[in-house]
Design a binder for this molecule. Structure first.
Ligand SMILES: Nc1ncnc2c1ncn2[C@@H]1O[C@H](COP(=O)(O)OP(=O)(O)O)[C@@H](O)[C@H]1O
Ligand SMILES: [Mg+2]
Length: 247
C-alpha cells in the first residue's frame, strides 16, 4: 500500500579525491582533485607549475603509495631529479620501488603522436599509475596540425588514461607567453575538469606569487587568488588572511 522511500545518504554522492600535496589547498577543494580528472596548470615560465606537479607526485608516492609518472618534453631526467632534490623531493628511492617513473620524450610530430600516446597508456597500465603529470601541452601542440590530430590526442588521453580503467588523475601543464601561439591555445581548458592559473607579480622590489582556480568539476571551490610561496620545501599556501594585500 504505502511506498517506503529510502533517503540517499550524503556518502552516495561524495566523489573520491586525490590529495594535492598541499593540505590547505585540499581544504579548499573538498579533499583534493576528483580522482580520474584532468587538470590544467597554466602560467608563464618560472611560476611554479613544474614544482606543483612534482609535489603532487611526490606526496602521492611517498605518503599515499600511489604510483606517479612525470612525462617531460622540456627537461631531461637528470635535471628534473636535481631540481626536485633541491626542494627536498627525493625521487630516486621511489623510482626503485616503482612508485615513480620519469618519461623523457622529445616533442612529438603529428605522425608520432598516436604511437606515443599508446606507449604512455601502456606504461600507465603496467605501472598502475594513479597520478600523471604532462609537461607540457605547449610542447606537443605544434604536432596538432589538424583538428583531427587534436581529437585523436584528446580521445586517447581522456579515453585510455584519464577516464580509462586506471582513472589516472592527470595534471597537464601549459606554458603561457611563449612566442608563436598555436591555434589550439586554450582548447585544453575546455576539455579539462579543472583549471589552475599560476601567477607571479612584481610588487615594488618584491615578487608575489599566487594561484587561481577558475574551474573544478563537482567541487565547491574558492574563487579568487590564493597566495603561495616557493621555498626550500616546495610550494606552500600562505595563510589566507594575507590575501587582502594583493589588492
Ligand atoms: N628553493 C627555492 N627557493 C625559492 N624559490 C625557488 C626554489 N626553487 C625554485 N624556486 C623558484 O621556482 C621557480 C621555478 O618553478 P618551476 O616550477 O620550475 O616553474 P615553471 O614550471 O612554471 O616554469 C624558480 O624560478 C624559482 O623562482
Ligand atoms: Mg616547468
Amino acid at each position: 500500500m504505502t511506498e517506503v522511500t529510502v533517503a540517499r545518504t550524503p556518502e552516495s554522492v561524495a566523489e573520491p579525491r586525490a590529495a594535492t600535496g598541499l593540505m590547505e589547498l585540499d581544504g579548499m577543494l573538498e579533499g583534493g582533485f576528483p580522482v580520474g580528472s584532468l587538470i590544467t596548470l597554466t602560467g608563464k615560465p618560472g611560476t611554479g607549475k613544474t614544482i606543483f606537479g612534482s609535489q603532487f607526485l611526490y606526496y602521492g608516492a611517498k605518503k599515499l603509495k600511489q604510483a606517479g609518472m612525470y612525462v617531460s618534453m622540456l627537461e631531461g631526467e637528470k635535471s628534473f631529479l636535481r631540481n626536485a632534490r633541491r626542494i627536498g623531493f627525493e625521487f630516486e628511492p621511489l623510482m626503485e620501488s616503482k612508485t615513480f617513473a620519469f618519461l623523457e620524450i622529445p616533442a612529438p610530430t603529428a605522425e608520432g603522436l598516436p604511437a606515443l600516446w599508446e606507449q604512455i597508456a601502456r606504461e600507465i597500465d603496467e605501472n598502475q599509475t594513479e597520478r600523471l603529470v604532462i609537461d607540457s601541452f605547449t610542447a606537443m601542440s605544434p604536432a596538432f596540425q589538424t583538428v583531427g590530430d587534436l581529437r585523436t590526442f584528446t580521445h586517447v588521453l581522456l579515453g585510455k588514461i584519464v577516464g580509462g580503467a586506471s582513472g589516472c588523475t592527470t595534471l597537464m601543464i601549459t606554458e603561457e607567453g611563449t612566442s608563436g601561439a598555436f591555434p589550439w591555445t586554450g582548447v585544453e581548458e575546455f576539455v579539462a575538469d579543472g583549471v589552475i592559473y599560476f601567477r607571479l607579480l612584481a610588487a615594488g622590489d618584491a615578487r608575489v606569487r599566487y594561484i587561481e582556480i577558475t574551474k573544478m568539476r563537482g567541487t565547491n571551490h574558492q574563487m579568487g587568488p590564493i597566495p603561495i610561496d616557493i621555498g626550500p620545501r616546495g610550494i606552500r599556501i600562505i595563510h589566507p588572511h594575507v590575501r587582502g594585500r594583493l589588492g
